[in-house]
Every structure is written in structure tokens, then in C-alpha cells.
Design a protein around this ligand. Structure first.
Ligand code: HEM
Length: 249
């Protein structure tokens, strides 16, 4: 994608794109937009799914909050160093990405050579779709796959960085998500601080069974219906209201 122009040499990526033809600007802006879309939508959706899973599983919510608060103590803000001391919290994020991965299908691949997968012959040059959602709920791999149970990762080396093919919310191989470090830091900081600073209650009259896990159609799997919760600090209750929550409050 780098544009060949002597004057663009050593002037950085942006110069390489804009010097020359107008279409280079378009390519550059599309590339930036792609990164923004790929990065913001997915992390936002995953944060909502994590909170959804936690309010639906009060046992996990209690356990993860205890861990976060033991480490956070009276601090106002948990930083990246604090988060390294939170094994259960990190396991909770893995479990969220196992059950509620934002991209269910990975980027399509083309097979280079003929091969046999599980008895099926895949000719060369076949477009192959990898369904990570199905892999991550495979009962032959995961015990009680539908259950939200971070404990499964506590004594396990399985990670989401593309080496363990049973957990591939960021994909694997050459086209693996390049945003993993950024996504991990954002998810950890956002969720740890939400759990540290607030208790999360359902709107009056609602029980956890009322919270659905329906998904909006689209490339990124967003929760279809807004997650509406009351955030309660130690000293007072902050009502977090969205327009769609009004009827519940
Ligand atoms: C929870 C957060 C995220 C999830 C679950 C996620 C997931 C994915 C997946 C599944 C792919 C396709 C990988 C494959 O087919 O092997 C992908 C690609 C990509 N992701 Fe992410 N992503 C996340 C956050 C981010 C962030 C924060 C950025 C950038 C700041 C980012 C940038 C990209 C880009 C540019 C690609 C395309 C890579 C290519 O075409 O080769 N993603 N992501």
C-alpha cells in the first residue's frame, strides 16, 4: 500500500499516502476508518457483554468484585499494574470473549493446497470461513460450554492470542487481529474500574432472567436490547439512564 515516490521517503506513513494522487488520501482515510471501526465497535460490544454476563451471574460478579476491590482498596483508579494482580478478573474477560466474541466468523481464507480436514476434502483455492463462535462452544472441548464460568481458565494456559485454536476471538495466523494488546488494555481498564467503583443493580422490578442475550445482526455482534443498570457507589446511587431505559426506572 505504500506509494512509491522519492519525495515521500523518510516522511512517515501519512506522507507516503498523501503525496501523489488523490486516491492515496482516500486509501489512507479508509485505512484509518477501518482501524477505528475494528477497534472501537468490538471493544465496546465486549464490555457490554461482560457486564451482561456478570449481572446474569451474581456469583461471578461477587467473586470478581471482591478480587478487584481487595487489590484496588481505596484507590480512585486501577491502573495496568493493579490489573496484573487480578487472575480471576482476567479469567472473566477470557470467558466473556469465549461466549460473546464480537466477530463470530473470522476473515475468509483461501486454501493454498488441497487438504483433508476431519475427513472432508478441501480443494486448493477454496474460500474457507472459520466459525469461531461454534469452536468456542464445542462440547467436545469445553465442559458445560454454555455456562459462564471463568474458573475454567484459572488453572489453564489457554489464551486468546492465536496459539490455542479452541479460543480464537481475535483470530489466528497471518490475519490475526493486530489490535489485541490495545483491546486487552481497554477491556481491562474499563471493566476493572467499573467493577471497583460501583455496585451494579438491575432496574426496579427486573430480575436477572429478564436480561436477554439477543444479538443484533451485523459484522460485530452487539447486544440487541440495551443493557440498563443502576450504578451504586458506596455513598450514593447514581442513576445511569439511557432513553430506552426510562420505562424501567
Ligand atoms: C475485543 C476487541 C477485539 C476483537 C474481539 C477483535 C477481533 C478481531 C478478529 C476476529 C479479526 C479477524 C482475525 C482473523 O480473521 O484471523 C480482527 C481483525 C482486525 N482487527 Fe480486531 N478485534 C478487537 C479489537 C481491535 C482493536 C482495538 C483494533 C485496532 C486498534 C483492531 C484492529 C483490527 C484490524 C485492523 C483487523 C484486520 C486485520 C487484517 O485484515 O489482517 N481490532 N479483529
Amino acid at each position: 500500500m505504500m506509494m512509491g515516490s522519492k519525495s515521500s521517503e523518510n516522511k512517515g506513513l501519512y506522507s507516503a499516502f498523501i503525496i501523489g494522487k488523490a486516491c492515496c488520501k482516500i486509501i489512507f482515510s479508509r485505512a484509518v476508518l477501518n482501524i477505528l471501526a475494528a477497534g472501537t465497535d468490538t471493544t465496546a460490544a465486549t464490555s457490554v457483554w461482560a457486564m451482561t454476563a456478570l449481572v446474569k451471574n451474581p456469583r461471578v460478579m461477587k467473586k470478581v468484585q471482591e478480587e478487584v476491590r481487595n487489590v484496588g482498596g481505596t484507590k480512585d483508579f486501577l491502573d495496568e499494574d493493579d490489573i496484573q494482580k487480578l487472575p480471576y478478573f482476567k479469567a472473566m474477560i477470557k470467558e466473556t470473549l469465549r461466549l460473546h466474541l464480537p466477530s463470530q466468523l473470522l476473515i475468509p481464507r483461501e486454501s493454498t493446497d488441497e487438504c483433508i480436514v476431519d475427513g472432508y476434502r478441501i480443494p486448493a483455492k477454496t474460500i474457507v470461513y472459520v466459525n469461531a463462535w461454534v469452536i468456542q462452544r464445542d462440547p467436545e472441548v469445553w465442559k458445560n460450554p454454555e455456562e459462564f464460568c471463568p474458573e475454567r481458565f484459572l488453572d489453564s494456559a489457554i489464551d486468546f492470542r492465536g496459539q490455542d485454536f479452541e479460543l480464537i476471538p481475535f483470530g489466528a495466523g497471518r490475519r490475526i487481529c493486530p489490535g489485541i494488546p490495545m483491546a486487552a488494555v481497554i477491556l481491562e481498564l474499563v471493566l476493572a474500574n467499573l467493577l471497583h467503583s460501583f455496585d451494579w443493580k438491575l432496574p426496579q422490578g427486573m430480575v436477572k432472567e429478564d436480561i436477554d442475550v439477543e444479538v443484533l445482526p451485523g459484522i460485530t455482534q452487539h447486544k440487541k436490547n440495551h443493557l440498563c443498570l443502576r450504578a451504586k457507589t458506596r455513598s450514593h446511587i447514581l442513576m445511569l439512564e439511557g432513553t430506552s431505559c426510562d420505562e424501567n426506572n
